[in-house]
Design a protein around this ligand. Structure first.
Ligand SMILES: Cc1ncc(COP(=O)(O)O)c(C=O)c1O
Length: 437
């Protein structure tokens, strides 16, 4: 995306392209088929906005939504979203009754079974549960040695009408490194755990194991459903493959306006610590995003795009701002110009560049963009009328044209990769429309 104007004024903004979300979901559906797709929208949809992203993902054919916490699921229900939702991370303080009453499925690793059953008894309504086996990740999930016991207890409660065991699931540890053999072991252990559950009489609706890297690299891990997060946001889980190579379109563009632009002599120190000194007479540009906006303070060696050119971020990132050295005095006064930190498209740094610069992963770069940064949604024309909160709608032709181009480009990449001319995911990039949230 290389827009230089916005239909609405902004100082800083995360532009979320819902057409890209839809295109990515459709693409992942094709890869996963016949398995279904659960769109993982925890952590405010990895910083993209859980409610608009959930709606876009469902429009594009995702059958389920996945969240970590019941509270995240409850927020989706309050927004009028009635699709199946699974929440998988709880503590003894979790309000299981509220989640069950809202029809949210519960991931159960062991200890949760009794409090969930107690809540179901109190509500006089069976809880829908997915039993989680730890196939090797070592986080939650039932240890294999205790699996048979968990399954048997769940069967008993199901017979008493207190539970409906809908699924069995697990989570992959190293699918982002496709050569690693541990994924084979996890798939094998998962098959064994499913067999134990089925032999105990459970009639499972969904068996699910794969995250985005598993979906993209391990067809044998698809089972009945894949749980995809990163991929629906258009980012690559693999170090050596770009989103474009995977047929994905990054959905988030993070941008700001130049807040100050000044010429300085050689030897000017920049930002706290004065760790950076200009090496020549130059122009410094101030960008009004800092670690309070989710920009990692630790980042070094990254660039931003201004007017189609890339420039280096220099000195320390502060709470509200960082500095860019143009290394020229010929750029003119850039006050108010658009600065793109990352986004899709040629000539623009991407979230992966920032991840490398901050010593982290692209997941974190988008997820940490803080609530102080307003989200601006494009590609909203076919948003469903489900009674969601009315939001101001503005025309964003430039952004939406860019969204259409990206979706078309991604469709071409997919067509080439799949060699399937009648592929049904020819995304309708939609009419101009944008929502400010
Ligand atoms: C249990 C579970 N499933 C699926 C996902 C989605 O993973 P990804 O973003 O790699 O698709 C996550 C995210 O961490 C998760 O915790």
């Amino acid at each position: 995306m290389s827009s230089t104007s916005s239909p609405l004024p902004y100082d800083r903004q995360a532009v979320i392209n819902l057409d890209a979300i839809r295109a990515n979901v459709r693409h992942l559906r094709e890869i996963a088929a016949p398995a279904r797709v659960m769109a993982v929208v925890k952590a405010d949809a990895y910083g993209h906005g859980a409610i608009p992203v959930a709606r876009a993902a469902l429009e594009a054919g995702a059958g389920w939504l996945g969240v970590a916490h019941f509270t995240e699921g409850l927020a989706l229900r309050e927004a009028g979203i009635d699709a199946p939702i699974l929440a998988w991370l709880h503590t003894p303080d979790t309000d299981f009754a509220a989640g069950i009453e809202a029809g949210i499925d519960v991931g159960i690793s062991g200890w949760e079974l009794e409090p969930v059953v107690a809540a179901a008894r109190q509500l006089e309504r069976p809880a829908r549960v997915h039993l989680k086996i730890d196939t090797g990740l070592g986080r939650n999930g039932c240890p294999p040695a205790l699996w048979e016991d968990l399954v048997n207890r769940a069967v008993e409660y199901q017979e008493l009408g207190l539970l409906r065991v809908v699924g069995v699931f697990s989570h992959l540890a190293v699918a982002d490194e496709p050569h690693r053999p541990e994924t084979d072991d996890q798939v094998d252990r998962f098959r064994e755990a499913v067999a134990v559950a089925e032999n105990a009489g459970l009639d499972l609706e969904v068996r699910h194991l794969a995250n985005t890297p598993g979906t993209l690299s391990r067809p044998d891990a698809h089972f009945d459903m894949v749980r995809v997060g990163l991929g629906i946001y258009g980012l690559s889980p693999f170090e050596t493959q770009t989103p474009e190579e995977l047929g994905l379109v990054p959905a988030m563009t993070l941008r700001g306006r130049v807040a100050n632009c000044k010429q300085v002599p050689a030897g000017q120190g920049v930002s706290y610590g004065l760790n950076y000194l200009t090496t020549e007479p130059t122009t410094l540009v101030l960008v009004p995003l800092g670690y309070a906006d989710g920009i990692p303070r630790s980042v070094t060696g990254v660039q931003v795009a201004i007017g189609g050119k890339r420039y280096d971020l220099v000195g320390r990132v502060a709470m509200d701002q960082f500095v860019v050295d143009l290394r020229t005095n010929d750029a003119g006064d850039l006050l108010g110009e658009e600065v793109i930190l990352f986004g899709p498209g040629p000539g623009v740094p991407d979230a992966q560049d920032w991840a490398v610069g901050a010593g982290t992963i692209n997941y974190e770069i988008v997820t940490r963009v803080s609530p102080r940064v307003p989200r601006y949604y494009t590609g909203t024309a076919d948003e469903q009328d489900d009674g969601g909160e009315a939001a101001p709608v503005a025309v964003a032709e430039e952004l939406t044209a860019s969204a259409a181009e990206q979706a078309a480009a991604a469709a071409q990449v997919r067509a080439a990769a799949l060699a399937s001319p009648d592929e049904r995911n020819t995304d309708s990039a939609g009419d101009a429309g944008a929502v400010l949230a």
